[in-house]
Design a protein around this ligand. Structure first.
Ligand code: HEM
Ligand code: HEM
Length: 247
């Protein structure tokens, strides 16, 4: 039995496009790396399963976990803010309108992209950067980053020294429903982010395999190898692709 899969385009049919500029790639990996560190130290802060004997100051386990958490939080916060700034000054693939589908072409692409993920379309719509569904998902991910920053800074401010400039961020505490709710939100949203991450790594590898356009490699090198027709149609290719439905 043979598996009927879409043909892989010949090298001549592909164009080499510089999609992700270096700030996008550096921010992606700093955010991804800091989320790992923040999650491991955060899970320990929320549930200190390692207990040391003697005075706490002797081992300073919780203190060390918090210190690492706060340094990673600085990397995370500055990288997220830099990436948001780059949505305004970066190239067209990095722009904010690739996240929030304000243009009709992106909104029209949402259904067929979902159809592709649900196996009703054989080939994905031809968007060069983020497809519209991925872009919309990433905007929810950035909203989650915002919740982590607001609740984290609020909790930090509440226990900061009275003279600390970090006290400025106490205004976040009532905005996020008080300290107890801030802890709860900070914890729950971490698990929401991990639900995204599992799916994200799976679909990045899937898209890379199916489209054979170097998607995974692009977040390291910046370059994608896209069918030339995608550049011509700039996203409209999915209209033709309805003919590939079923089978
Ligand atoms: C903690 C882990 C991760 C998080 C939170 C994360 C988050 C994100 C976000 C928010 C974007 C949009 C980037 C932007 O426009 O600035 C993105 C893009 C991307 N990520 Fe990740 N990522 C993670 C790990 C990974 C890993 C391990 C891979 C490699 C397998 C990967 C591959 C990609 C690719 C290929 C893109 C571009 C996809 C596209 O063309 O739409 N990511 N990621
Ligand atoms: C995606 C990023 C982050 C993750 C996954 C994360 C994870 C966690 C977790 C699981 C906890 C324990 C919550 C609990 O059960 O009470 C925690 C606590 C905390 N996090 Fe984060 N965090 C992140 C970002 C941040 C940021 C940006 C800040 C900003 C300063 C921050 C500051 C704090 C503070 C102050 C606490 C409470 C420590 C305490 O109880 O004294 N976190 N974090």
């Amino acid at each position: 039995m043979t598996v009927d899969s879409p043909a892989i385009p010949s090298p001549e049919a592909l164009a080499n496009v510089y999609v992700w500029e270096w700030p996008v790639r550096v921010c992606h990996w700093l955010i991804a790396g800091s989320i790992w560190v923040l999650s491991i130290t955060g899970i320990y802060i929320g549930n200190p399963m390692l207990v040391s004997s003697g005075p706490a100051g002797g081992n300073f386990l919780m203190g060390t976990a918090k210190l690492i958490h706060f340094y990673a939080a600085i990397v995370f916060t500055l990288s997220v803010l830099s990436r948001v700034l780059w949505m305004l000054v970066g190239n067209k693939y990095a722009a904010w309108d690739k996240f929030i589908p304000v243009r009709a072409i992106r909104r029209k692409g949402l259904g067929p992209t979902l159809g592709y993920y649900l196996f009703t379309l054989r080939r994905p719509p031809g968007f060069v950067g983020h497809n519209p569904l991925a872009g919309l998902t990433y905007s929810l991910v950035f909203a989650c980053y915002g919740v982590m920053m607001a609740t984290g800074l609020g909790m930090y401010a509440a226990s900061a020294h009275v003279d600390s400039p970090m006290r400025l961020f106490t205004f976040f505490v009532p905005l996020v429903g008080g300290l107890q709710t801030a802890h709860w939100l900070h914890h729950i949203v971490m698990w929401l982010l991990w639900m995204f991450i599992v799916h994200h790594i799976y679909s990045a590898i899937l898209m890379s395999q199916v489209e054979a356009n170097g998607t995974v490699e692009s977040i390291f090198s910046g370059h994608k190898f896209v069918p030339r027709e995608d550049l011509v149609y700039s996203g409209y290719r999915f209209i033709d692709r309805h003919t590939h439905r079923g089978g």
